[in-house]
Design a protein around this ligand. Structure first.
Ligand code: NAI
Length: 403
């Protein structure tokens, strides 16, 4: 039992429901902080009469149900954050800034802040908003959520459809002494997924592979004539060879950035575990991939991707691709642009990233890259290091801004 640890779950979506339910059931004092209009009231009302149910689907076993009720559900950071040992963000990356700003003054100096998932640039944003406090607290950023999960009835029922085997996160340890971060989090989740720590926080950023969704989108719709289609094409399993080549080239650009950082700061940034995308697939989906000989088959024969289709906007007369999907609106500003910013600092050219960012920004009506520079009017809505004034590798590694 995690003893007297107080956990604050930030968010009110599927991930927040699953985490709050499971950790409460393990004996942790759980507080839920949701800043989304009306959610705290709705969730509190829902658990007044009856505890919340988490339905857990596990391989080859009948679904299991656990019941629990978080100790506090509130929209007030002053109520939830002081005394919280662990604060976990389980919301889309686009709302992290709102949470950081709302909780900053209330965070204790020994707290552990976790992005579950963090997505690229989580640490830069944290350092920028928390200022000096950021060097005291510990910060973890995980590559994804531990589960595939969906709220079935708000505040009452959430279903875990699948649980990852492993989940990797980075840790920047603060100056204040805290409880062992990974062990503490593992106790909240139970035995699976097995949490692993990356060797450096830049490894998690570089290996977020945030180009995957934009590349697949581009591969399918780059020559689209604007006419409505009758059905949504398969997303991952519908890729072709040219799209696979683009995925590989993006991965090569990421590993080139990692190599440049490792060469420049071999003792400060151990990026020796950064992997090429094909190796990452083989390691993370080894039980799901039927034919792993190359990248194309690792994706198209991946059982986890079966039936997943392109996000589309539907109307009576047909469908069009949905360019407002998180696959673009999050993965470009909170992913590809961050990698592009690292590349710029290291002087590594990443032409395929540039081409995709330029294509995506036009589709979304945004502007990040202008004439090959990260100076577009929407750069403030990204998490690239330049936005925060981290303009050298040293500034990126230490969090101390360049003059
Ligand atoms: P969700 O879509 O269920 O979360 C929505 C919640 O985010 C809302 O209920 C609200 O609490 C908050 N939110 C959204 N917009 C807001 C706004 N403008 N202001 C304030 N709060 C706002 O997301 P979910 O499923 O919990 O996922 C969290 C993160 O994990 C996302 O980045 C998602 O892409 C990722 N993820 C989710 C998986 C899943 O199976 N649910 C699987 C893998 C990753």
């Amino acid at each position: 039992m995690p003893g007297n640890v107080v956990l604050c779950v930030c968010g009110g979506g599927s991930g927040a429901h699953a985490l709050a339910g499971l950790a409460t059931q393990k004996g942790v004092e759980v507080r839920v902080l949701t800043l989304f209009e009306g959610e705290a009231k709705k969730w509190s009302r829902a658990v007044q009469k009856e505890e919340m149910t988490v339905v857990i689907n596990e391989n080859n076993r009948p679904p299991r149900e656990v019941m629990s009720k978080p100790k506090m559900i509130t929209k007030d950071p002053e109520e939830a954050i002081p005394d919280s040992d662990v604060i976990i963000f389980t919301v889309p990356a686009s709302v992290h800034e709102m949470y950081f700003k709302a909780i900053a003054e209330h965070i204790g100096k020994r707290a552990l802040i976790v992005g579950l998932p963090g997505q690229a640039g989580f640490e830069f944003q944290c350092r920028d908003i928390l200022g000096e406090k950021a060097s005291l607290i510990s910060v973890m950023s995980f590559e994804s959520l531990p589960w595939e999960c969906r709220v079935r009835e708000f505040g009452k029922r959430v279903e875990i459809l699948g649980t990852k085997i492993y989940l990797t996160g980075s840790l920047i340890r603060g100056k204040s002494v805290t409880k062992p971060p990974l062990m503490t989090l593992q106790k909240f989740l139970g035995s699976q997924p097995i949490l692993r720590q990356s060797k450096h926080f830049l490894e998690t950023i570089i290996m977020s592979y945030s180009f995957i969704h934009p590349v697949i989108f581009y591969g399918k719709w780059k020559d689209w004539d604007g006419k409505k289609v009758n059905e949504a094409p398969l997303f991952y399993q519908g890729i072709d060879e040219p799209t696979t080549e683009l995925l590989q080239k993006c991965s090569d650009e990421c590993t080139a950035v990692a190599a440049a950082i490792l060469e420049a700061a071999p003792t400060k940034a151990n990026l020796s575990d950064v992997k090429d995308i094909h190796h990452w697939y083989m390691e993370n989906y080894k039980n799901e991939i039927a034919e792993a000989s190359d990248l194309f088959h690792s994706i198209t024969t991946n059982k986890a991707y079966e039936g997943l289709k392109h996000p589309m906007e539907e109307s009576e007369s047909g469908m069009v691709p949905d360019f407002s999907t998180r696959y673009l609106t999050e993965d470009i500003p909170m992913g590809m642009v961050v990698l592009r910013g690292l590349a710029e600092v290291m002087g590594v050219s990443v032409p395929i990233h540039d081409m995709l960012i330029e294509w995506g920004q036009e589709k979304m009506g945004k502007e990040y890259l202008v004439d090959g520079k990260l100076t577009g009017k929407d750069i403030e809505s990204t998490r690239c290091p330049q936005r925060y004034g981290f303009l050298s590798l040293d500034a990126i590694l230490t969090g101390e801004k360049s003059n």
